[in-house]
Design a protein around this ligand. Structure first.
Ligand SMILES: *Cc1c(COP(=O)(O)O)cnc(C)c1O
Length: 363
């Protein structure tokens, strides 16, 4: 089979999504299934919908357009603030977008009017992480503006934490979001259908047993795909962390000294050269590199230690002897490695789907 390749076990992804949808339903919280790490793959989207997510979310309009072309008709949210240059595509294909800017909202309203449609708006509030968001004191004015614009529908408010600054979603900032929702509702005499509390980093708060208040939606990507939460990168109880593996092929396998020789300058990517002298080792080279994935986020299989990587070579040490040239090794991935591998034209994707007998086959 072609290498390098990402093998994606859709049964494990479905398991993770189902568990999260069920547990959060018990807290009155729906799940927006986020497809962006897979560049809006329809294979993933179908699995998420089968698991019961309420809608799909992607950061790129290209991802949403691809899902529409593949025949996916579920409600879809554009997660990244729309570019004004893309508003026509946004209103044509996304039901809802997350927004913070007046000029963009006006452009969305005009585009939706021209297309004879109505576009849903979730206003994002800044609660301290310092990425996207309207300052809380400006929220009511922004909400009033949306209500006043033709062809836009104010669907709700939301926030995003833990991405830019690592601010932890907690009882205090989530309660503030609920208060802001109620303040906006009281000021405008409307009911907000969606209060979107955040991403996978919100799971500790959401499943912690406290009152979710008005929060009734989370936008989940990493927890569904990789089974872990992004704050401490710990596995979420009951979820599979091995749905994705990156398989690479051995192109060289030799006994070599563990230490380089000659005068040492910088390496191709400026990292420090190897340290301890361990005498002779089994050094194995795999045909995958930093152009294909974030090699720092790869998780090596038992007996393998990653020594370094350049654009197109991954150099590892094998504790269990030399590996056959042409044989394969499978690595786990973190979110960064996964997102990059998905974006590389050199990395193939193999979707593994459970068949009726429960065993896994290539779809
Ligand atoms: C990427 C993203 C998400 C999903 O984040 P995960 O940590 O993968 O769950 C949610 N909301 C927004 C705005 C995003 O950009």
């Amino acid at each position: 089979m072609t290498t390098p390749r990402l093998e994606i076990d859709l049964g494990k992804v479905r398991h993770n999504a189902t568990m999260l949808v069920e547990r959060l339903a018990g807290r009155g919280i729906a799940v927006t299934g986020v497809t962006k790490a897979t560049l809006g793959a329809p294979e993933l989207a179908r699995e998420l919908l089968a698991a019961g997510v309420s809608r799909l979310g992607d950061s790129h309009i290209e991802g949403i357009e691809g899902l529409r072309r593949a025949g996916v008709s579920a409600p879809m949210t554009l997660l990244r603030t729309p570019m004004i240059s893309q508003v026509k595509r946004v209103v044509a294909h996304a039901d809802v977008s997350l927004n913070t800017e007046r000029a963009t909202l006006e452009a969305l309203s005009v585009a939706a009017g021209e297309q004879g449609t109505s576009h849903g708006v979730v206003l994002m509030v800044e609660l301290g992480d310092l990425r996207e968001g309207i300052m809380a004191t400006d929220l009511v004015d922004a909400a009033r503006m949306v209500v006043g614009l033709p062809s836009l529908e104010l669907v709700g408010i939301g926030t995003n934490l833990a991405c830019q600054s690592g601010v932890v979603p907690d009882v205090a900032n989530m309660a503030e979001l609920s208060v802001l929702a109620e303040t906006a509702e009281a000021a405008l005499g409307v009911r907000l259908a969606v209060v979107s509390g955040g991403n996978s980093a919100n799971l500790g708060w959401a499943l912690g047993g406290g009152d979710p208040g008005r929060v009734n939606d989370l936008r989940l990507g990493e927890a569904i795909l990789l089974g872990c939460e992004p704050l401490h990168r710990q596995p979420v109880e009951g979820l599979r962390t091995d749905a994705f593996v990156l398989v690479a092929e051995v192109i060289e396998s030799k006994i070599k000294p563990s230490q380089p020789w000659g005068q040492l300058g910088q390496t191709a990517f400026g990292d420090k050269p190897r340290s301890a002298d361990r005498g002779l080792i089994c050094q194995v080279i795999l045909a995958v590199g930093r152009q294909d994935t974030d090699t720092a986020g790869l998780v090596a299989p038992a007996g393998i230690t990653i020594l370094g990587a350049s654009s197109d070579h991954l150099v590892v040490e094998s504790a269990d002897g030399l590996r056959d040239v042409g044989s394969e090794l499978a690595f786990g991935l973190d979110y960064s490695s996964l997102a990059r591998a998905m974006s590389s034209p050199y990395v193939a994707r193999v979707w593994l789907a459970p068949d009726r007998e429960g065993s896994t086959t290539v779809r």
